[in-house]
Each structure stands twice: as structure tokens, then as C-alpha cells.
Ligand binder design. Sequence first.
Ligand SMILES: *[C@@H]1O[C@H](CO)[C@@H](O)[C@H](O)[C@H]1NC(C)=O
Ligand SMILES: *[C@@H]1O[C@H](CO)[C@@H](O)[C@H](O)[C@H]1NC(C)=O
Ligand SMILES: *[C@@H]1O[C@H](CO)[C@@H](O)[C@H](O)[C@H]1NC(C)=O
Ligand SMILES: *[C@@H]1O[C@H](CO)[C@@H](O)[C@H](O)[C@H]1NC(C)=O
Length: 257
Amino acid sequence: MYKVFTVILLLFIGVSSATRSFNTPSNNLQRLTSDHRDKNVGFDICSTCIDEAVTVLNVLLQAILDEGIYATCGDLCGIVANKTSPFLGKVCDIACDAAGALEFIHLIVKADLDPIWYCEMAKMCEINDHGDAKFTNFGVYPNTGPQGTQFEIDCSFKSLNGTGTSMLRFIMADSHNQTSDNDFLIDAKKPGTYTEKIGLITASAWNCDPVKGLCDDFPIGTYNVTVQFCNGECGSHHPHSSTYDIGKAQFTVTKKK
Ligand SMILES: *[C@@H]1O[C@H](CO)[C@@H](O)[C@H](O)[C@H]1NC(C)=O
Ligand SMILES: *[C@@H]1O[C@H](CO)[C@@H](O)[C@H](O)[C@H]1NC(C)=O
Ligand SMILES: *[C@@H]1O[C@H](CO)[C@@H](O)[C@H](O)[C@H]1NC(C)=O
Ligand SMILES: *[C@@H]1O[C@H](CO)[C@@H](O)[C@H](O)[C@H]1NC(C)=O
């Protein structure tokens, strides 16, 4: 009966990617603050889990499409261990056991697992449900400059209770309201004040790869920048997810002299 149910569900959702993934930042953007991953073993495990989560969730979806419902987490995550690595199989086991096999499969089929939540369920990423954070000096500096300027988006923040595994989502809209989403993973923090800056390089057009060919200039104009700072993944409705703060600012790129 489960198998029939799954097949019906799949007809509705179609075959898609198993997860909303992190939007990889444009190569015009660069996080200027280091989170000392090398010094923080816990966060290293968390970011590895998140880097692999999209692959793992797609392996799981494919396995369910091929075989239907699996009775146990061991059977399902054995596929992951086989197709990726024993470590990722183990991570899958912990997350699956936390949700229960049936619920886990249901979440995958509904394409409703975000990487941070998955890795929190797998106990690979730190959780803080009483966290908070507010930007202290949000803005783009300078806020006008010719093409080629490196603008800095100041996302420094203060937290009274500390933060959970978090995300900075950088959204930029041009004058035609063309937007681009870029996500940065931020490790869980203890209470304190933190410097956090994102550099925006306007030497060439958005996402241009000089190796592949000639790059256009960064279009001149005024841009609106919105940065969301979220506990867990921005927009997620799962536990351990919320919005800490939203910053808005504008900057203008003028013609090169
Ligand atoms: C793992 O792969 C081997 C060889 O491809 C296969 O015989 C075995 O059944 C697989 N195990 C699982 C759990 O899928
Ligand atoms: C900070 O933690 C305290 C104690 O756990 C809690 O009462 C308070 O609501 C938390 N603050 C925020 C902003 O969540
Ligand atoms: C940019 O922000 C300003 C002020 O918040 C707003 O009036 C304008 O409509 C925004 N432009 C776009 C393209 O979103
Ligand atoms: C820009 O687009 C967003 C979503 O696509 C929309 O919510 C917003 O109202 C638009 N802003 C303007 C100024 O058109």
C-alpha cells in the first residue's frame, strides 16, 4: 500500500531535485570574514555535511523512485553508503532515525528537506533555538563608486543569546528588478559581537568567467541589496529556522572614468 501511495505522490510532484539547495554565491561576491573552519572541527563537519547534503538527498530520491518505500532506515541509507561513502551513509542513518523511516521518505518525496535542517537532524550541525542576532552597522560601503570598485556589505552583528547554524542570504536587485540570490553558511556563534563582511567586486559583469571569454562591464545603475540573516535556511518552515534580521541598502555603480 505504501508503494502505491508513493507512486501517486510522485505523479503529483513530478521528478525533481530532492531539495532546495543552497544558492552558490556569484563569483563577484566574496566573504571577507573567515570563520576559522580549520580551528573549529565541529563546524568543519557541519559544512561538509551541508556541502554533501544535496547529492545525498538526490541519491535518496532516486532510490525511492526506483524501489518505492523502504522498510528501514538501514536499507535506505545503505544505498547512500554504497553510492557515496560509509560516513555519509552513517549521517543518513542518524537523520532518518530521528525522523522515522516513513516520515523521512515522505519529506524526501515532497522535496521538503533543506540541507541545514537535514544536517541538524543528523546531529552534524549545532542547534540553538533561543538565538538572536541584529545587524549593528548594516550598509554598503562606499555606496557610490565607478565600475571596478570593490563594495563592502557590512553584515556585522551582535547576538545576546548566541546563534544556531545560520545563513546569510544576499539578494541584489537592479533597476529592472532582476534579482540574484546568494547564500553563505554561518557557523553557530556564542553571544558576542561579530564582524561579517561581504565584498562585491564590480570589475566585470555578474558571474563572468574571464577564462571562458571576454567579460562585459558591470552594468552601471543603482542596486538594492537585501540581506537576510536566518537561523537555519532562509525561508525554511522547519524547526530550528527563523529570521534573525533583515538589512536593506542601496549602492550605485557609475561609469568608469
Ligand atoms: C552495494 O553495492 C553492491 C555492489 O554494487 C551490491 O551488491 C549491494 O547490494 C549494494 N548494497 C546496497 C545496500 O545497496
Ligand atoms: C534568550 O534566552 C533567554 C533564556 O533562554 C530567553 O528567555 C529569551 O527569549 C532569548 N532571547 C531571544 C531573542 O530569543
Ligand atoms: C529599491 O528600493 C527603493 C527604496 O526602498 C524602492 O523604492 C525601489 O522600488 C526598489 N527598487 C527595486 C527595483 O526593487
Ligand atoms: C521586485 O520583485 C519582487 C519579487 O520578484 C517583488 O516582490 C517586488 O514587489 C518587485 N519590486 C518592484 C519595485 O517591482
